[in-house]
Write a protein that binds this ligand. Structure first.
Ligand code: FES
Length: 158
């Protein structure tokens, strides 16, 4: 082979490389577009816990009760003023708070809330929300975690 012939082969080889690269890039992009098209028509169902749930009869929460419902991410309390529910989810980044001597503490970044869920030290930006409690026709207490009520809202049911 002459050096001229070798140079020509190198040029052709480079062209082949570029053509192959362009083809592969177009193919991958095409698959992405097709996948996106089918994804658009697929339902985006999320299986989350319902935000309205029964927690049991009032007699299961005698005065002085402080119960954490882990699966529902809510605290339920009962005192002389009635029943009330406070979220367990830290308003900073969503960790689950724990009760402490002075209220609630977040284990993730140290936010502290008082017993009413009000932030007493950050980084949490907002107080823990209080949720509505109602009573079902069968007498069960029902927490609506989708319905916030003003802090301090307590309800009495028997
Ligand atoms: S998630 Fe609670 S302080 Fe950051």
């Amino acid at each position: 082979m002459t050096s001229e012939h070798q140079e020509k082969e190198t040029v052709l080889s480079r062209r082949d490389f570029l053509a192959t690269s362009a083809f592969l890039t177009a193919t991958v992009a095409g698959f992405g577009i097709i996948a996106g098209f089918f994804r658009f028509f697929k339902s985006d169902v999320r299986y989350e816990e319902p935000s309205v749930f029964k927690i049991g009869k009032p007699e299961n929460f005698p005065v002085g009760t402080a119960r954490k419902l882990d699966d529902k991410k809510v605290f339920v309390f009962s005192d002389d003023g009635g029943f009330y529910a406070i979220s367990c989810v830290c308003t900073h980044l969503g960790c689950i708070v724990h009760t402490s001597d002075n209220g609630f503490t977040c284990p993730c970044h140290g936010s502290k809330y008082n017993t009413a869920g009000k932030v007493i030290s950050g980084p949490a930006p907002r107080s823990l929300p209080w949720f509505e409690i109602t009573q079902d026709v069968d007498g069960s207490l029902v927490v609506n975690a989708g319905s916030e009520v003003p802090s301090g809202t307590k309800v009495k049911y028997s």
